[in-house]
Unconditional design. Structure first.
Length: 135
């Protein structure tokens, strides 16, 4: 019996399909989800999410959010998510530099803005690590 996985961000549905298993980065470490998993609600950490379907493995960079497992349905509500194929290394590097520069230049930055910029830097780092590891 397969799992149904849906990954959604505030901007779009990033992924939706039936799969064999998924590995999700959480605050407590990576967790593997197979059919028949117990119900679970967990916080998603910035990192690499792996989707296994047959002999194929799809890699996505995810940033922040929550994952809910109920029955054989897995819902990931992420702040950010992108498939490995969609990552443009040069664009990510430039965005990372701009965010790091904004952090360095800020004197009295709003704590929310600071956390948002740090999140952008972390997510960019995840994307670059994922892309460079396989190429």
């Amino acid at each position: 019996m397969p799992l149904t996985l849906e990954i959604v961000t505030p901007e779009a549905k990033v992924y939706s399909d039936t799969i064999d298993s998924v590995v999700i980065p959480t605050r407590e470490g990576e967790i593997g989800i197979l059919p028949g998993h117990i119900p679970l609600l967990t916080q998603v950490e910035d990192g690499e999410l792996r989707v296994i379907k047959g002999t194929q493995t799809l890699h996505l960079a995810v940033g922040g959010g929550f994952a809910e497992i109920v029955g054989d349905n897995v819902s990931v509500l992420a702040e950010r998510a992108i498939t490995e194929e969609q990552i443009d290394e040069k664009t990510v590097e430039e965005a990372m530099k701009r965010a790091e520069q904004a952090i360095n230049d800020a004197k009295d930055m709003n704590p929310n803005e600071f956390e948002q910029l740090q999140g952008m830097v972390r997510f960019a780092g995840v994307q670059l690590a994922m892309k460079r590891r396989r190429h």
